[in-house]
Structures are given as C-alpha cells and as structure tokens.
Design a protein around this ligand. Structure first.
Ligand code: SF4
Ligand code: SF4
Length: 308
C-alpha cells in the first residue's frame, strides 16, 4: 500500500518495550482516535492529522523559527509558543530549528517501510517471546491499512498484539484484523455510559457489545483477549467504577484483567502540542497512585475471582 493523502500517520515505532505485552516488543503508535479521554496519556495521538511539538527545554532561543515562519505564528508571547490558529503546518520552522525543540508529530509510512523496520528486531522477539504491538491512538481507525500491515508482519512469523479502545465495527474487525492477532488488550474504562460519554466523548455501548462478542469468540481459541482499565484518580479509579467493571467481567467469565497505573506526565505532553489541560474536569491530578492504593484496587477484583 503506497503513501497517499489518506495514509494513516505513524507517531512512533518504539523498540525494546517491556510494557506492551509479553517479551520484548516493538510498538507501532498510530495517530488518531475516535475517543477523546480527558486524561489521555498520548494526547498527540488524538488527532489524525500532523501536528507540531515544541519542547522548551531543548530550545536555544535562536529565533530561527520566528524568522522563517511566513505566517507570523511563532512568538514567545504565545502561551504555547505557536499560534495554532495562524499556523498552516508548512513545517518551515521545524526544518530550520537547529536544536530539535520543534518536531513534526506524525509521519506517513508504507506497509513495507514499517515491516522492514520491525523485522530488524526479530532476534529480540525470538529470544524473549515478544513481538509487535499495535497501539495509538487507535489502530483500528485504519482498518484496511492495519489489515495489510498485520498480514505483512505476521508473514515474518512475528507474534502480534493490538491495544484497542474497542470502538470499531465488529464485522470489519473480525474479518480484517482478528485472523492475524494473537492477543487483544481491550480497554474498559468506565461502566456508567453517561460518565463514559462525559470523560471519553462517546457512550460505552458499542465497546461493551464488542467486548462481549470477542470474549465469547476467544473461548473457541486462536486468540486471547485481556481487558484493561486505566486508573485515573477520581474518575475511573473509584470503588464504584472498579466494582462495576469487576462485576461485569465476572458475568462474562473473565478471570484476568490489567490495571494501568496513572501517569501524570501526560500533563506536560499536552503543553508541547499547544493544548490547554482539561482543568476542572478532574483529570489534572499531578501525583502517582501509591502502592497501597493499587493493592486496594486489586483486592476489589480478587473478590470477584479476577486476577488484576
Ligand atoms: S509550521 Fe509554518 S506556519 Fe506553522 S509555525 Fe511553523 S513556520 Fe509558521
Ligand atoms: S528555531 Fe528551535 S531552537 Fe531556535 S528559537 Fe525556534 S524552537 Fe528554539
């Protein structure tokens, strides 16, 4: 599949990951997501289009970006350095930034380019029981591209895992993606549909329906599905929500889940791409969740016979 204007953008291909599935993995991050969770740990992955990131810690104040910008969009007076309303994404500032403080976020890559890159890591996959993980953003937003990419990587004998928010057309997913997957990491963030809408932008109805069906299908073998819940203080990490999720998972015959610890570093990431933090919506906590609290959350699941 050649690059076109509609090709998905890749944020990054990160090797040597130990956090995105079994063994050592290469993680392919897609740009674009149908949800808009207020706590998103990868805020640069929300939009499908390219963006500019500005990291003040790398800036040497040379003013090259100010001089090269044809739209007078760069200014130290601007809270986020770049006026995103004026900017037309010509990337002249990025191309002329000598320090790397300005970077382009999101690049189109072909299936062959991505496959070639992850193939270099096959020795690590083989010795560790690892493989490739599709992440994002939401990889299923690009179903046809993902299908071709998954086939291409799988033909190299590489283990595949997808991290998904679960908001997709199940027929298309079952036909195009599922046959190539070994493991699905499936997010279940909030049980209450209205809260899901408030904090993630959409109801969880389709997500829960898709989980129920895929979990049923996984019982026939061929792939494994593991639900995951990000622990966001005061939002998902409440006794009421986690009890509701544990109760639901028990009703679906699930015995294993994953709890993802809150990472406050996302607050800084938002600033780099010029997005104000969603203050006042309860997602701006600046501290990590203490270990004893994590044990409490795990104990909720244990009461339902679920290992977390
Ligand atoms: S991308 Fe172009 S228009 Fe936007 S700030 Fe940089 S130089 Fe200016
Ligand atoms: S060109 Fe780069 S290093 Fe120079 S002022 Fe702009 S962001 Fe800073």
């Amino acid at each position: 599949m050649e690059k076109t204007q509609n090709s998905p953008l890749i944020l990054d291909i990160k090797g040597n990951s130990l956090d995105d599935g079994p063994g050592i993995r290469s993680v392919i991050f897609f740009k674009g997501c149908p949800l808009s969770c207020v706590w998103c740990h990868n805020p640069e992955s929300k939009k499908t289009g390219p963006e500019i990131s500005y990291d003040a810690t790398d800036c040497i104040a040379c003013e090259a970006c100010v001089n090269f910008c044809p739209r007078q969009a760069v200014s130290r007076e601007n809270l986020f350095f770049i006026d995103r309303d004026r900017c037309d994404l010509c990337f002249l500032c990025v191309d002329n930034c000598p320090s790397g403080a300005l970077t382009r976020v999101g690049n189109a890559m072909t299936v062959d380019e991505i496959t070639g890159k992850v193939k270099n890591d096959i020795p690590f996959f083989t010795t560790s029981g690892g493989g490739v993980t599709f992440s994002g953003g939401e990889p299923t937003l690009f179903m046809d591209f993902l299908s071709q990419l998954a086939q291409s990587i799988k033909s190299e004998g590489i283990h595949l895992l997808i991290e998904t928010c679960g908001l997709f057309k199940l027929d298309a997913f079952s036909e195009k993606i599922l046959p190539h997957m070994d493991i699905i990491y499936y997010d279940i963030k909030l049980m209450d549909p209205q809260q899901h809408k408030n904090y993630c932008g959409v109801s969880n109805e389709i997500i829960l329906n898709n989980f129920r069906e895929l979990n049923r299908m996984s019982a026939q073998g061929g792939f494994q599905i593991i639900p995951r819940t990000p622990l966001i203080p005061g939002i998902t990490a409440t006794h009421e929500n986690l009890t509701g999720i544990a109760d639901y998972l028990q009703s679906q015959g699930v015995h294993k889940t994953q709890l993802m610890a809150y990472n406050p570093l996302w607050l800084e990431k938002n600033k780099k791409i010029g997005v104000p933090c969603p203050m006042g919506r309860g997602a701006e906590k600046k501290t990590w969740i203490p270990q004893e609290k994590m044990m409490e959350f795990k104990a909720i699941y244990e009461e339902y016979g679920i290992q977390a």
